[in-house]
Design a protein around this ligand. Sequence first.
Ligand code: ADP
Length: 299
Amino acid sequence: MTTPQFPSLESAIHALFGDETEIETTSRISGGDINDAYGLTMTGGSRIFMKTNAKENISFFTAEAAGLAAIAGTEAIGTPRILGVGTDEGRGGYSFLLLEFISAQGRSRHYWENFAMQLAAMHRAPATELVLNGKYGFGSDNYIGSRRQINRAHESWISFFRECRLEPQFQSAARYFDRDDWKKIGRFLDHIDEILVEPEYPSLLHGDLWSGNVIVGNDGSAGLIDPAVYVGHAEADIAMTELFGGFPPVFYDTYKKAAPLQPGYERRRDVYNLYHLLNHLNMFGRTYLPEVKYIVGRQ
Ligand code: ADP
């Protein structure tokens, strides 16, 4: 199903709730990195979630909606229902994404075990129809944070990861590297097929799976938000969960029972996370440079 697109916030509200409905209150929600987030309460009492950005950045939201729709399509794990995207001329012009409002009442029993099983089920769901003319990638490009993520289809996971993930990030970060660094980077990229492995099955990935992008759903179970989806190797999602603190051990134990990791995952984890570290280097600056160099140097 394609996401409804609206020419104004008011037209979206009227289409969703009827012509008599107005927005009664708008409250700011903190926590996002890229967009402004709000809870909107309607005159009838319904509540929805809205993210906004500059009008010209509507592609952030069409891409996010496509990602949420792909996750929902697996029927494996919770994710907020998409209500619409659009642009509005008010306040100097802005784009918006409207989602079901999630107001967690607390985590359900066995939250982490269930989350692990649901994520494994998402990773095991059929994913081939999400990519055209290849096995890995996605039907459209999207964003990782505020940076464009290329999802051009590839037959090989390893070449997809090299050409659509690492190489563009290294190129964008070129100013941070000297000749000696480039020699090491070149050697590393040339030998990446000796480090990474082809997956046993292609998986839909969340793509940016850190704790801030897992929300406790209305039923107390985990829900995925703010995705940067593509079809790839499931272990890249697991690697990302370990980058900024990690989830409790029971999550990993349960996940591995449901979807065993291929041998040698620990070494590959750093290579997958190099993508996110490079992305942070490109978005936030040189704090991330030592870790990037360390991982490249170790391979
Ligand atoms: P950004 O795109 O700027 O990173 P996020 O998607 O992380 O924004 O969302 C910003 C904040 O809004 C986070 O604190 C998140 O927990 C909250 N949030 C995200 N989606 C919903 C939702 N559907 N309902 C209620 N709160 C949400």
